[in-house]
Design a protein around this ligand. Sequence first.
Ligand code: 5GP
Length: 189
Amino acid sequence: MKLLKQKILECGRALNDDVLLVDAFLNNQVDPELMAEVGREFARRFADAGIQRVVTVESSGIAPALMTAMELKVPMLIMKKSKSRILSEDILQTEVFSFTKNAPYTLTLKKKYAGEGERVLLIDDFLANGAAAFGAIKLLEEAGATVAGIGAVIGKTFQPGRQKLVEAGYRLEILAPVCHMEENIIEFE
Ligand code: 5GP
């Protein structure tokens, strides 16, 4: 997606060969026009997938997931990253190792909204090692949903997440596949 790649080159910053900062338009400040385009692009790519629900992991997946759900005219579900006093019933949980925090967190899915028997599309801001995606897939499948697609706004294809998801048989779309990074250098596939 050309517009997204331009934005990454203009406003993104490779901290090192591992971490990309896009806090100017996705992780802290959000560019609504760009997110609308992201939503349109995911909806176009998954138009034939029979998606009935979009699911994401808080918090940076919410903006692209909401725009995608709007385009597809389906509901959007947020998976939480922490245990909550008010979210204690009807939930499924799994431990996920956080790429950014370098520590595990508890991914939580409210079963009632998980889309049992439905075809769901999982959207996230980044794909790196695939831990968040596999955690989300585990809970969605436990809840009885079919993960009919996975969309990452940015995917660092030199990290193992993409290969693992494709090998596991999931349909994956990455809007901006980053194949190489060094401090202040970002290259796309
Ligand atoms: P994974 O679970 O695939 O290793 O990492 C995906 C999650 O880690 C994403 O939800 C995202 O929040 C975060 N993440 C992974 N790589 C990056 C990165 O380079 N920059 C930022 N800002 N977040 C990342």
